[in-house]
Design a protein around this ligand. Structure first.
Ligand code: SF4
Length: 392
């Protein structure tokens, strides 16, 4: 090689959400170029079919292996861990630098005329006396850039095919690791993130930082207050109103209105289930006269918790709980057992939180005074111990 050499560097996989960035630094021997037939076939890798790219890749590799090579290249891969550590721009620079170092070992460095990179990152490389030239939009004109991009892309594709086999659930062949609709549909929750995802990329980071979802059953304004305030720090809460036990309807409406008021103050979404008092009366039939906390109340808790668990399963919310136990008049242990029963049935996780402890009740009293939230003075149904005279 006696004439001056031009080196071209290109990269593949800067934007995908997964794994590494790949760079290729390449030059032709200016005194011993590949034949015209091959040069005519080389084109922008984006315009070539996968099959054509593969064929050209093989030919370029062959030309780099002979005793008297016509093509020289270096290729390098910088993985997602480094991308997350130093950011994609610096990782890309490192992939290009290492690809360049690999190429510099194969050629006479005194013959280098210039190094050209098709982008405007303005990297500097200690290995070069004369720093690279950055040109935007030249890749459609230069055979060497096309050849470098063919090598980088096919190298990438070969690795991608291996990962397709390792992660069939990722449907890699459909999105080629980019943030497509299919990829977004797959990446709904943290446990879907694989060790090859780029965790620093916004959509992946958003999923990683997301709070777990919680379906929180609530039966009145006061019981909504402190549980929502405290739990929303840790969970992405959806509140659920299903309280067919509250009688009469006028009282039901009042409690519902104040439940909604708390949800609005705390800015959490809620679901309101229609009034279902006839079913409630069926649930407690023949048990009406049992004392509070006994059998009619067990059925009452069960009915509301059953509906909450069914909805949690339907909404794919694994964690769920109820604030029913904030009242010291309710049977905590019974509720926890009911929670276990529906966990087994629907594959959920009931949070066994004793809301009445740790001053939750006192704090709820403070909150209701401050925000003028209605606080009832009887449990709910017409068989409650302190059912008011005015409603009889
Ligand atoms: S007293 Fe309260 S918990 Fe018991 S059945 Fe009536 S509304 Fe339900």
């Amino acid at each position: 090689m006696s004439s001056k050499i031009k080196i071209w560097i290109d990269e593949a996989w800067r934007w995908p959400w997964l794994w590494s960035v790949v760079a290729c630094a390449l030059c032709f021997d200016p005194d011993n170029k590949p034949n015209k037939e091959l040069l005519n076939k080389i084109n922008d890798s984006k315009k070539l079919s996968e099959k054509k790219r593969d064929e050209l890749y093989k030919e370029l590799i062959k030309l780099s292996l002979w005793d008297n090579p016509k093509v020289f290249f270096g290729v390098w891969v910088v993985d997602n861990y480094i991308i997350d550590d130093i950011n994609i721009r610096q990782a890309n620079r490192e992939a290009m630098r290492r690809a360049l170092v690999e190429l510099l070992r194969k050629i006479d460095n005194n013959k280098i005329n210039s190094v050209v990179i098709d982008w405007n990152d303005n990297y500097e490389f200690d290995e070069l006396e004369k720093q690279p030239l950055f040109i935007v939009g030249w890749d459609w004109k230069v055979l060497e850039i096309w050849a470098a991009s063919i090598i980088a892309k096919v190298f990438r594709d070969k690795l991608m095919n291996t990962y397709s086999e390792l992660y069939p659930e990722l449907w890699i062949e459909n999105h080629k690791w980019y943030g497509t609709k299919k990829h977004r549909e797959y990446l709904t929750w943290k446990d879907k993130i694989t060790w090859i995802h780029r965790l620093s990329y916004k959509p992946v980071k958003k999923i990683l930082d997301a709070k777990p979802k919680l379906l929180l059953h609530i039966c009145c304004g006061p019981d909504a207050t402190v549980p929502i305030m405290d739990l929303k720090e840790k969970y992405d809460i959806t509140c659920f109103w299903y309280d067919p036990n509250i009688q009469p309807k006028i009282e039901y409406n009042k409690r519902l209105k104040h439940f909604k008021k708390v949800c609005e103050i705390e800015d959490v979404p809620y679901i309101e289930w229609p009034y279902d008092v006839d079913n409630f009366m069926k649930e407690i039939k023949w048990l009406e006269n049992t004392p509070e906390r006994w059998d009619k109340c067990t059925n009452c808790y069960d009915m509301r918790m059953k509906k909450t668990a069914e909805l949690a399963e339907e909404l794919w919310i694994i964690e769920w709980t109820t604030t029913l136990n904030i009242s010291p008049h309710k049977d905590l242990e019974k509720m926890f057992k009911i929670g276990d029963k529906y966990d087994l049935k629907h594959k959920l996780e009931f949070l066994k939180i004793a809301f009445r402890k740790n001053k939750w009740f006192e704090r709820s009293v403070e909150y209701t005074k401050k925000h003028k939230i209605y606080r009832q003075n009887y449990c709910g149904c017409i068989y409650s111990d302190t059912y008011p005279e005015k409603y009889k």
